[in-house]
Design a protein around this ligand. Sequence first.
Ligand code: SF4
Length: 302
Amino acid sequence: MHQHNIAATTVENYKKLHDAGIGTYILFQETYHKKSYEALHPTGPKHNYAYHTEAMDRAMEGGIDDVGLGVLFGLELYRYELAGLLMHAEHLEAVHGVGPHTISVPRIQPADDIDPEDFDNGIDDDTFAKLIAIIRIAVPYTGMIISTRESAEVRKKALRLGISQISGGSRTSVGGYVEEEKVEENSAQFDVSDRRTLDEVVRWLMELGYIPSFCTACYREGRTGDRFMALCKSGQIQNCCHPNALMTLEEYLVDYASPETRAIGEKVIAEQLNNIPKEKVRQIAEKYIEEIKNNGKRDFRF
Ligand code: SF4
């Protein structure tokens, strides 16, 4: 997965990152509430609220057209943060013609190094679920990301409500929509709640009826920014996502999965191939999957 978290910077630096092939640029807004933001960063490089909040505009000016938003729920009142987040998405679409590629939903956990006396707006699981559902409806084209800081139970519910991307495990390094948890700047203090391996998470997703996908085809095909958004909003992207999911899942099964996960996965793939509506696409996908399984071929994509 080509996603990167890098602090707010200049248009020139964003250009460099774009030229280096950064992929999706993710930057969280800790809070959209200016006063609270400034209280959180009384000094230091992150002090300037406007500079931080306008980072995505500079990133897009610099040519990065896939950006990921997120607000840390719990610092300020969640209604304010939700409105800020949705307005941010609306703003990017209005000004740059491309809304957020992803939205992440981090929330403050008891382990966080933040004084609860100062910021006591933590949200419960039900409110969290509601927020996910609202973001899903309000920004239907965006990918939604939940981290391993949430428990398996919370993640299960969140998947039903619209989360499309989860991270899992820390043992196997593969790119994709089910992704190894990245080590972040301050991850030492992060309390990971879902400690299952990637293999366990992949199996669990299939048992819940989902197709785990490791697809990164759009980025590699240059389907980014407004090109991607058009395909996504019309729903046509599904014709790529579905067969790509099956092919990348097959790669995962062959290269990394435990025998048990592989057995379940092969069954899912066989069933799902029948659900590809276009005869021709189905035949090609079947052929590619055979090539992956039997001839060691990799990296097919629609
Ligand atoms: S084809 Fe679908 S799953 Fe693959 S990168 Fe594009 S949007 Fe994501």
